[in-house]
Design a binder for this molecule. Structure first.
Ligand code: SF4
Ligand code: SF4
Length: 244
């Protein structure tokens, strides 16, 4: 079943058609609701690029992720560890206090995906050398992968035979370190949900927690990160992967 990630709030939609013009893949459809023009997303065509959310002047476009579900499950005592994208360093003033907040909220282990980026780089170098690859399309970005799968299937053979840094991290933790916690991933990307629910990798990462919704959650709960303890990442220290 197709993920419904990007949605229209019909009450706010002014029917201006801007999203239709801005969408790179023509994934919007017009319909008349109570004599008014409303534009909705066609999930099976959407590649989750987020463009329409950014350009809608009426706040009528939004996306869903797993932030609420993640915190609900933590509050119920579910054993969940967290993977954090390297970009967290620029998303929060003091990301170590965010880690402290996550631990206080019940997260078990908190890992820096930078080590997965190191694995990813190693795997690319290995694949290029051993498989003599001349031209490949890197696939850390699920929007690019979605685009190719939906609109340029002839390029699928050119996709790199290597998972994203997040998925490399999850596979390493679960298959090589024996961690059986459910995993959440904190990242800036709304499209990661489609990657995590791909039949090839389903069940490695259970929650896509976007930075945007995480900040909304923290604000809505009145949480002051400056009051949270400063905490380091758990083991799996990285090399240059933090630059991803
Ligand atoms: S840009 Fe926003 S307000 Fe305009 S049609 Fe699209 S969803 Fe509606
Ligand atoms: S998220 Fe991107 S692909 Fe999806 S409807 Fe909006 S602009 Fe189009």
């Amino acid at each position: 079943m197709t993920n419904v990630i990007v949605k229209t709030d019909e009450a706010k939609c002014a029917g201006c058609n801007k999203c239709i013009f801005e969408c790179p893949v023509n994934a919007n459809v017009a319909k008349i609701v109570n004599d008014k023009n409303k534009i909705s997303v066609e999930p099976e065509k959407c590649i989750h690029c987020g463009r329409c959310i950014k350009i809608c002047d009426h706040g009528a476009r939004d996306y869903t992720d797993d932030t609420e579900e993640f915190f609900l499950r933590l509050s119920q005592g579910e054993k969940i560890s967290v993977l954090v994208a390297p970009a967290i360093r620029s998303s929060f003033d003091d990301y170590k206090r965010l880690l402290g907040f996550l631990k206080q909220a019940g997260a078990n282990l908190v890992f820096d995906v930078s080590f997965g980026a190191d694995i990813c780089t190693w795997a690319y170098l290995k694949a290029v050398k051993e498989q003599n690859l001349k031209s490949i399309i890197a696939q850390p970005c699920p929007v690019i992968v979605d685009y190719i799968q939906k609109y340029r299937p002839e390029l699928i053979p050119n996709l790199a035979p290597i998972q994203s840094p997040a998925m490399c991290s999850a596979i390493y933790l679960k298959d090589y370190m024996g961690i059986d916690d459910r995993l959440a991933f904190i990242s800036p990307c709304i499209g990661k949900k489609s990657e995590f629910e791909d039949p090839n990798t389903k069940d490695y990462i259970s929650f896509n927690v976007t930075v945007g919704k995480l900040k909304d959650y923290i604000q809505s709960k009145g949480i002051r990160l400056s009051s949270c303890p400063s905490v380091e990442f758990d083991q799996c220290r990285a090399n240059l992967g933090f630059t991803f």
